[in-house]
Design a protein around this ligand. Structure first.
Ligand code: FAD
Length: 474
């Protein structure tokens, strides 16, 4: 009797190599590759056309790789349970596997789908593919397994010691050319995306290789200096799984353990590993504390009164707060779908503390702009900045945006790149300004179009801290 196939439903794991989900499906039989465009995915793609363009390009690239192996990606639109059950009946497949979602409604949908398939007598496998190290692996090391880590430092210590599994099994991977009707793959135009982008496993691999060859040595500086564009820019690839976090983390670990590398490079590699571990850390937070998609991890901060409105909220949204570093970051985000990591922290801090605006407002605003699709990382980072999430300190860290600009963009290279109103400000003015503390002196050089600071940072930060202290000590 012919071996019965098994369905693999691609979600945010759009590649064929080093793939935990595909490996699990392939152990059960030849694989039928499926992608389901359900309402939830359609809504997310429509909300962010740039993200949709990336996704559609990655899906087309995945289909092309499958065709080279004599198969193709089967697309279905609508509810995943119906699509999978029908496809299984048409092909004789015994079940379906897919990779786990982290946090919130997506994780609930996974569990509902699993029950629905099992009720239809199909095997339903949810596999961890996104993190380099699965959430349960790190908690298994603790005696009280199952509760997850709420602080990054102990998590990182454990993460560094755990082996990174490999699912590279090309000989096992056999794909089926299923004899079923075709639906056309999604095109970026249906989500309102005008411009095409390059995406897919081959593009992601090239991006990573270039980073390792040319940029990784400078990562320590690039992660903090906004004008330095040499962070990896792998966020979107990691979030759609066009590259495997395990493959990246393994390579970086190996290199960082090489005693013949310059200590400067080893330092940068170690910081890059920290970034990858931070990703796993926030994924495990979302896995073990799914309610944090909507409310703070810190129970005692759940009643804190954030504002939903402020007269300066639109200035933050549009990059016209009068704080050059923040405005440059927001404009970079609008222009490219990406913002430098350090500027994200400063811009988020200003929203939460200078305006007292709810971190969820900021998170949701950026969600419509970013290409990367990692709700768990967005939530984890926003909560962490707002002082209501992981690693809660006695007081939240409130960034002074002008001090940050003077320190990390002293000659205004980044600010001038993204704020045309500053393009004509002579270099000398920036360095003279660096010695002063007044942000107004910069505004003197700018054209009338650039606003003075819309909020007095010192006053706003003090007022927030008073309110925060009162709340925490109650
Ligand atoms: C307020 C705020 C919001 C953020 N929102 C998101 C978001 O929506 N989606 C997102 O992917 N990242 C988010 N980050 C984390 C980080 O800023 C981005 O991952 C990073 O800027 C992406 O650029 P890169 O790929 O060049 O990163 P690199 O610095 O090259 O790092 C490599 C990878 O490590 C991971 N990583 C790095 N820093 C972090 C971090 N702080 N937390 C978790 N993972 C990290 C990312 O997957 C990143 O691609 C946010 C950070 C802050 C402070």
């Amino acid at each position: 009797m012919a071996e019965r196939p098994f369905i693999y439903r691609f979600t945010k794991d759009l590649r064929l190599d080093e793939h935990a989900g595909l490996a699990a499906a392939a152990e059960r039989g030849p694989v039928i590759p499926l992608l389901v465009l359900d309402d939830a995915l359609e809504r997310r793609l429509k909300a962010s056309p740039r993200r949709a363009a990336f996704f559609c390009a990655a899906v087309a690239a995945l289909d092309a790789e499958l065709r080279e192996r004599g198969s193709r990606l089967i697309l279905r639109r609508g509810a995943p349970d119906r699509a999978i059950v029908r496809l299984a009946r048409a092909t004789g497949a015994t079940g379906a596997a897919w990779s786990a979602s982290y946090g919130g409604e997506a994780a609930q949908r996974d569990r509902k789908l699993q029950s629905a398939l099992e009720e239809s007598a199909l095997e339903a496998l949810i596999v961890h593919d996104a993190p380099a190290i699965e959430p349960e692996e790190s908690t298994a090391v603790r005696s009280a397994a199952g509760s997850g880590y709420r602080a990054f430092a102990p998590y990182f210590d454990v993460w560094c010691e755990l082996p990174i599994p490999s699912h590279e099994q090309p000989l096992l991977l056999r794909f089926v050319q299923a004899e079923v009707d075709d639906e056309t793959l999604p095109a970026r135009e249906e989500f309102g995306a005008a411009d095409a982008v390059e995406a897919g496993p081959a593009v992601a691999r090239r991006r990573f290789e270039r980073f390792m060859r040319e940029d990784v040595l400078q990562y320590a500086a690039a992660a903090i200096v906004p004008a330095d564009d040499r962070t990896s820019h792998l966020a979107a690839d990691l979030s759609f799984g066009t590259i495997s976090a395990r493959a990246i983390a393994r390579r970086v670990r190996e290199r960082s353990n090489d005693p013949f590398r310059l200590s400067e490079e080893r330092h940068s590699l170690r910081l890059f590993l920290r970034s990858l571990a931070r990703r796993d850390f926030f994924l495990q937070l979302a896995w073990f504390f799914p309610q944090t998609a909507g409310e703070p991890l810190q129970e005692k901060m759940r009643g804190f009164q954030w504002k939903r409105e402020h007269p300066a909220l639109d200035a933050w949204r549009s990059g016209t707060t009068g704080n050059p570093l923040i405005d440059a970051g927001i404009r970079q985000l609008h222009a490219t779908g990406w913002m430098h990591p350090h500027v994200r922290a400063v811009a988020a801090s200003w929203l939460c503390f200078d305006l007292g605006i709810d971190w969820r407002v900021g998170r949701d605003e950026w969600d419509r702009r970013l290409i990367e699709d990692e709700p768990a990382l967005a939530t984890g980072n926003w909560q962490w900045i707002a002082g209501v999430g992981a690693d809660m300190a006695q007081y939240p860290r409130i960034y002074n945006p002008e001090r940050q600009r003077r320190r990390y963009d002293p000659c205004g290279e980044y600010v001038r790149r993204w704020i045309p109103e500053f393009a004509h400000v002579p270099l000398a003015a920036w360095s003279a300004n660096a010695a002063k503390t007044s942000q107004l002196s910069l505004a003197l050089y700018a054209s009338d179009a650039y606003p003075a600071a819309v909020v007095d940072h010192a006053l706003a930060a003090r007022a927030f801290l008073r309110r925060y202290r009162e709340f925490v000590s109650d």
